[in-house]
Design a protein around this ligand. Structure first.
Ligand code: FAD
Length: 329
């Protein structure tokens, strides 16, 4: 079933979450073990993130330059199919413009279509980490300028257009005889605290609208810790003419390191109250408890305000999400 139909048919707020494919060399069981306890809360779909290849150029002793490509988390498409089969649940694989040509994206979409997967989440992705390291001392990919692959897309809206075209039987090769249309429902990302590259929230929402106008049917937001920022974002979307469901994305803090890491990685703010609570926690168990309490408080308020779904970033670990779901769903 398509996510948009799940949302439209739901009688109460939907519980959903996303998982990260295992690191190369890790067993798929690690992911199954993380998903298993969350199935008690009947998620109608599970998102599977996508991780771009890292490209590095190394100079050999003879002076020649070698291109080294590493995929740290391979197998996204196969993992989506494996999860769908094992848990009998809809899956929403993420697709990235970053590092991919339109042709490669079309191949992925064809694979997904053959597997009977009807949902995709269209994203641009970020610059490769190595590109970032070449720009500055920081390992943060996002400070490097995003460069589309040759023959690839510059913005997520262009990928949404490609999916929309494929849904209408328009493949890249226009000479195909009787091309079969696909039937994807596409979700896209939104940023209550603005995407880090956008000059203003207004400009960012104009660009978000391009994705909806291109055919995306719902939005999932970047994680946030202050619900007022989400409510303000939804109001701004509606004022800009965006009428599709906007799903809040939440991640519970689980270590004191998140106080620095999350704002830096996701360009978001953590409220002072939460920072103080975490800083005064005696140990990591206390930090996790604070993270869970905060996410429960956020979830309850979002549900009371009529959020169509609450989407949790599990980052491969599910015990704190289970704790939250028990108290909220
Ligand atoms: P876009 O929508 O293309 O926007 C990128 C920037 O370009 C924005 O600043 C926007 O305002 C601007 N822009 C857009 N269109 C135009 C235009 N026509 N002209 C000028 N400016 C424009 N990353 C991963 O690598 N893998 C994942 O699985 C993944 N999942 C995610 C899930 C969610 C819910 C979210 C919120 C993010 C996720 N990300 C993931 C991170 C995402 O890839 C980055 O945030 C990336 O920097 C932007 O992706 P986007 O799809 O929002 O890009």
């Amino acid at each position: 079933m398509k996510v948009i139909d799940i949302l439209n048919n739901a009688e109460k707020t939907v519980f959903s979450f996303e998982i990260i494919p295992p690191l190369r060399g890790s067993s798929v069981e690690t992911i199954y073990n993380a998903i298993e306890p969350l199935m008690d809360f009947n998620p109608p779909h599970i998102n599977i993130t996508y991780h771009r290849d890292e490209v590095e150029y190394r100079t050999d002793t003879d002076g020649t330059i070698k291109k080294i490509v590493t995929t740290k988390r391979p197998g996204s498409v196969a993992l989506a199919a494996a999860i769908m089969k094992r848990f009998k649940v809809e899956v929403v694989p993420h697709l990235l413009c970053a590092g991919a040509t339109k042709y490669e994206l079309e191949n992925d979409l064809i694979d997904l279509n053959f597997l009977g997967i009807e949902n995709v989440f269209a994203l641009r992705g970020d610059a490769s980490k190595n590109a970032a390291q070449n720009v500055s001392q920081s390992a943060e990919a996002k400070i490097a300028e995003f460069k589309p692959e040759q023959g690839g897309h510059r913005y997520a809206s262009e990928l949404v257009e490609q999916i929309y075209a494929l849904n209408n039987g328009q493949y890249l090769d226009t000479t195909l005889k009787d091309p079969a249309p696909t039937n994807f429902c596409t979700g896209v990302a939104g940023y209550p605290e603005k995407h880090y590259e956008a000059a203003s929230i207004e400009v960012d929402i104009e660009n978000l609208k391009r994705k909806i106008d291109a055919g995306a049917e719902y939005i999932v937001t970047q994680l946030f810790f202050d619900n007022s920022k989400f409510f303000d974002f939804v109001n701004r979307c509606r004022a800009a003419g965006i009428t599709v469901p906007v799903i809040p994305g939440l991640k519970p803090i689980s270590t004191a390191k998140h106080l620095e890491l999350l704002p830096k990685t996701f360009s978001i703010d953590i409220p002072e109250d939460l920072i103080k609570e975490v800083q005064s926690a005696s140990d990591v168990t206390a930090v996790r408890k604070i993270g869970v309490e905060w996410a429960v408080m956020q979830s309850k308020e979002l549900i009371a305000a009529g959020a169509p779904a609450v989407h949790y970033y599990s980052m491969g670990k599910s015990d704190n999400i289970v704790e939250i779901a028990k108290r909220v769903f």
